[in-house]
Ligand binder design. Sequence first.
Ligand code: MRU
Length: 345
Amino acid sequence: MLKALIYKDKSLRVLDQRVLPHRESWVCCRDATDVAEMIREMAVRGAPAIGIAAAYGYLLAARQRAEAGGTVTVQQLEGAYEELAAARPTAVNLIWALNRMVRCLESLSAQAPAAQRVGLLEAEAESIYQEDLVANLAMSQVGASLIAPGNWVLTHCNTGALATGGQGTALGVVRDAWEAGRIEGAFVDETRPWLQGARLTAWELQQESIPYHLICDSAAASVLASGKVGWVIVGADRVAANGDVANKIGTYSLAVLARHHGVKFMVVAPLATLDRDCRDGSQIEIEQRPAEEVRSLAGQPVAPTGAPVHNPSFDVTPAGLVDALVTEAGVVRHPDGEGIQRLLS
Ligand code: MRU
C-alpha cells in the first residue's frame, strides 16, 4: 500500500505532497524542526498523517537529546512540543498525538534511563501509526456498508493513503465500496486552492483503477442535481462535541448542496479527530493560508499582483447537515452532543 511516511535509520522520510503527482520526492527529517517545517509547508498533510508525523518529530527530539548524552524529560522536550503543536492549528490529531507522547514519557519512573525513554517513545509513535491503519480499515468497511448500490459518490480534498496511516478515511470508504460493487465510481472535487483532489485523490484512484471524474469545485451543484450521486463522503480535521465538523474549505458548501438535493452526507474520521473539549464549531481555530495560494496556480500568477485575498483553509459544517459520522467505534446517525457522547463512552 502507498505510504506517505516512513520511519527508518533514525529519521522520518516524508513523501513530498507539494510536488505530487508529477514528481515522487522524499524529504528526510532528522529533528523536530524539520518535521514541523514539513507539516507547516504541507509536504505532509491530512489530519491523521499530521498527527503521526508530529509523534515522530517528538521522538526525534528525544533521540537527539539522548544521543548527545542528555536526559529526556517532558520539560526538556517542551520546546519541540510547542514547535510541532504550532505547525498547523485546525487538525486536532496533531495535539492529540503529541499529548499521547507526553503521557507515555510521564508513565516512566524518574530513574528510567534516556535509552529506555527513547525506546518507549518509538513504540508509542509506531502504535499511533498502526492504530490509524487499523481504524482506517474498520471505518472503510462500516462506511461502505451504508451505501446502497448503484450510484456514484462525490468526495472532496484528499483523505486517502497520503493523508493517513492506512488506506484513508473517506477515500478508504470509496475503496471498499468500489471493491464491494456498491458504487459506480467517484466524482472528485479539484479542491482549490491547493488542489488536493486534482493532484492527490485523482492520483490515488488512478493507481487503484477506481473509476473517477475530476470536476471543478463549482461543478458539484450540477453533479448533485443530476441524480447520479448517492452520498457525499468527506473526512474531518476536527469534530466538536456537538458534532460540528471542521474540514477542507468547500466542505460546508457541499453539505448544503447535498441537503438541498436529497443526497446523503457522510463524515469519516477516527476517534482521534473528535475533540470533546471543543463545545461547538465556533471554537475551532480556522487556519488562514498564504495569499499566493489563491493568486497563483502551479506557480503561475492568475490574479493581479497584490490582489487582496481571503484564504481560510477549512470551514465548519453544522452537525445538522451530517447524516452519518463514521468512526472505528461505530456510526453516529445525525450526530449531536448526545450521540457523540454515547460514542465516546
Ligand atoms: O490542508 P489539508 O490538506 O491538510 O486538509 C486535509 C483535509 O481537510 C482532510 O479532509 C482531513 O484532514 C481528513 S484526512 C483523512
